[in-house]
Design a protein around this ligand. Sequence first.
Ligand code: BEZ
Length: 209
Amino acid sequence: MTLRIGERAPDFLASSTHGELSLHAWGSGFWIMFFSHPGDFTPVCTTELGRTAQLASEFARRDVKPLGLSTDTVADHRRWIDDVNRTQKTRVEFPLIADPDLRIARLYEMIHPQEDDRQAVRSLFIIDPQMRIRLTLSYPLAVGRNFREILRAIDALQFTDKHAVVTPAEWIAGDPVMIPSGVSSEAANEQFPQGWQEITPYLRVTVVK
Ligand code: BEZ
């Protein structure tokens, strides 16, 4: 099964550093950043886990709960988190799922056998409070992700949901946005009484506070 944007995130029950956890019950009412890393006690993963912990207040401000996963055990996760806290000068407070039998990694297609057949690649799912998958990302084992870019994309998802607009390349909160192609000029006048600028008929820019 391929998990695509717009599909319901499959629920599961799993062991984690915070005990038994059901995805849907644990994440109820929140956005979720569900992300895998290949292995505990490895360099890139240590920085990724640390960076996510350092950005805890940024995720919380957006009602996003981070949830990690690897195919290591809970005991390994606990020992490794001590290293992450010490070396990355932070405190990992979010749960890490232990998936040594690859059950959830397979369910979420985090195992890419050309890369590794026992370890998850760096997969990431942004899941909304209705438990719909809204964004997916796969990075290879050797390349760490940019969690500031993830936060930027979450801002764009939440803003476009709220205001029925679309965001240009590299948009950051506060920048002008664009009117979707399907919206007529009459509808745009009603929806955006503050005004909008037509650059071409399909490039219409407005500012939403
Ligand atoms: C790392 O996190 O550094 C890493 C993990 C697995 C394979 C390669 C690199």
